[in-house]
Design a protein around this ligand. Structure first.
Ligand SMILES: [Zn+2]
Length: 145
């Protein structure tokens, strides 16, 4: 799995996981990658810094029509489940306080730690505006039950 930093034509940045670099190209061409903030499918891949560690992960369920591409194979689902499990095991669930906590950490008001939680689309937009780094976890079929 490869994590790419992506940017839409309106300048929203987000991250998404792909099985291989070729997957980004084929899914992007097919219009299957949409910006979670504005829904644009005009997405470009950004150069990845070697050591980006996502401080915070936000569940995509409340963050809009996020990163789950159609046509995912079972193998991809399994890989995404594994990623999600890792995130869940290594982060503190702050629930709906996610945006607040992430922002305070970013601006040094509280000590940095690994958190996950949920945010509204509006909160996610504000985090992007403020330059607060966070990742979006793709929604899995079982999350939507
Ligand atoms: Zn966008």
């Amino acid at each position: 799995m490869i994590k790419y930093r992506l940017e839409c034509s309106s300048g929203h940045e987000f991250e998404s996981w792909f099985r291989a670099s070729a997957d980004f190209d084929s899914q992007s061409l097919a219009g299957e990658i949409a910006c979670p903030f504005c829904g644009s499918i005009d997405i470009e891949k950004q150069p990845m810094a070697p050591s980006i560690v996502t401080k915070a992960a936000v569940a995509s369920r409340s963050a809009g029509p996020a990163a789950m591409q159609s046509g995912d194979s079972k193998a991809t689902l399994e890989a995404l489940r594994a990623i999600k499990k890792t995130v869940f095991e290594n982060t503190e669930d702050v629930g709906p306080r996610f945006a607040d906590e992430a922002r305070k950490m970013h601006f040094g008001e509280i000590e940095e730690r690994q958190i996950r939680g949920s945010s509204t689309l509006e909160e996610a937009r504000e985090l992007v505006d403020d330059g607060v780094p966070f990742g979006i976890l793709p929604a899995l079929p079982e999350d939507l039950n």
